[in-house]
Design a protein around this ligand. Structure first.
Ligand code: UDX
Length: 434
């Protein structure tokens, strides 16, 4: 099939590369001329495991192309996916300027029937607005359909998520749109749920907000565990074994970050309010999430007493492992807060240091590994659960630190083992005494 993807950011690139890999002819467009020039040479602007190879091999096979001309992309694909960014406005609503712009450009450049598919996370009723906009600017020249096909990709495992999804949601309003999208997704052999456009739009918001709710729930439980001396990871395990609850997304820690959950929760609260419903459950989810970072800061102070003048080693800056993305990262907030209190910070992250260098105050020292970050530090903070942090030589770390103190914001170590090794060890909701 001939497909165009408008918006070559994270979602657009993964979607485009995967559809090409499935044998389709794909054109990815973006108005960032520099980015497109790099992509044409196979230079990928983001870190996502496997994406590099997928793009390069499909460029070679000529199934994947890049263009900075939206008009060319509209011409090339019968199915056009809109994957432009929808950043948060100050009031929490999503900024849909990019989507509206693309809708107008599609209208102007259509040369026959087009199926326009929104894949960016958008508020409910965006499909209806896209339809109105395309009609208004295209007149009655060509037929078109608008559909919603939300993406559920997780950064760090996006290609696997694309190729092996739990479900594919298709919000459509015509038989033709349903047939085209069903045929496109057929090779994935995943369950396909066909709904109306508005329900599909809401499935995305409701799913992300529900996952965020699960995380905030377990974080709230972790607070009670801390106070009573219970172990939140055991509580989560006991809850998760109930098939109705499920064990995923019950890891207590510093709270959720990233480009999706914080923005989507804000947007869902804002849409609901606009529609006349106060979604106070989600307001609580958001508040619990930000308080989790404050609680961790309190733990640092309760352990070190005075932060000013201390050197603090930090492992992890990305919002989660296997990505270089630092957007809404809990680690970034915590680093900024301890810097503000006067700490010298020594940071190591396997992939995100380049992005962190652009975002953090220049006084941060970036180190080559966990050992060099630990050297001469008064304590070690673990802020992202990268696998490589699970296998460190702690006897070496102990010798390098000025004081054997570890504050683990992701609960990746066994408290008893760490204490046996001679560390003062603090984590989230696992205060139980040995
Ligand atoms: C999320 C959704 O999972 C995905 O379906 C959607 O398309 C985009 O948003 P992503 O932002 O890549 O994906 O990350 P995810 O793996 O969901 O983690 C989000 C945040 O929650 C991270 O900061 C992570 O550290 C945190 N998290 C996750 C927890 O704190 N505890 C958990 O149990 C799970």
């Amino acid at each position: 099939m001939h497909i165009s993807i408008i918006g070559s950011g994270y979602v657009g690139l993964v979607t485009g590369a995967c559809f090409a890999e499935l044998g389709n002819h794909v054109v990815c467009a973006d108005n960032d001329i520099k980015k497109i020039a790099c992509l044409k040479k196979g230079l990928i602007p983001i870190y996502e495991p496997g994406l590099d190879e997928l793009i390069k091999s499909n460029l070679k096979k000529k199934r994947l192309n890049f263009t900075s001309s939206i008009a060319d992309a509209v011409n090339a694909g019968e199915i056009i996916f809109i994957t432009v960014g929808t950043p948060s406005l100050e009031n929490g609503e999503a900024d849909l300027t990019g989507i509206e712009n693309v809708a107008r450009k599609i209208a102007k450049n259509m040369s026959g029937y087009r199926l326009i598919v929104e894949k960016s996370t958008v508020p409910v009723e965006t499909g209806a607005w896209v339809k109105q906009t395309v009609s208004a600017y295209a007149g009655k020249k060509h037929k078109f359909d608008v559909a919603s096909n939300p993406e559920f990709l997780r950064e760090g495992q996006a290609i696997n998520d694309f190729m092996h999804p739990d479900r594919i949601v298709l919000g459509v309003e015509s038989k033709k749109a349903a047939e085209l999208l069903t045929a496109l997704y057929k090779p994935l052999k995943a369950p396909i749920l066909i709904t109306d456009v508005k329900s599909a739009e809401l499935i995305k918001h409701a799913s992300n907000s529900f996952l965020a709710t699960k995380i905030s729930f377990i974080n709230a439980v972790s607070q009670v565990c801390d106070k009573v001396g219970a172990d939140v990871s055991k509580v989560a395990l006991g809850m998760g074994l109930d098939g109705r609850i499920g064990k995923d997304f019950l890891n207590a820690g510093l709270g959720y970050g990233g480009s999706c959950f914080p923005k989507d929760v804000d947007a869902f609260i804002a849409i609901s309010e606009k529609l006349g419903y106060e979604f106070d459950l989600l307001t609580a989810v958001r508040n619990i999430n930000s308080r989790q970072r404050e609680f961790f800061l309190e733990k640092i102070k309760n352990t070190l007493w005075i932060i000013k003048g201390k050197t603090i080693a930090v492992l992890g800056v990305s919002f989660k492992p296997n990505t270089d993305d630092i957007r809404s990262s809990a680690a970034v907030d915590i680093i900024r807060a301890i810097q503000k209190e006067g700490a010298k910070v020594r940071v190591y992250d396997p992939k995100a240091m380049k992005k962190a260098a652009g975002a953090l105050n220049k006084t941060v020292t970036f180190c080559n590994d966990a050992y060099s970050a630990s050297k001469g530090s008064d304590c070690l903070l673990v802020l992202t659960d990268w696998d490589e942090f699970k296998e460190l030589d702690f006897l070496k770390i102990k010798k390098l630190l000025k004081r054997p103190v570890i504050l683990d914001g992701r609960n990746i170590y066994d408290p008893q083992e760490m204490r046996k090794l001679g560390f003062t060890y603090e984590s989230i909701g696992r205060k139980s005494k040995d």
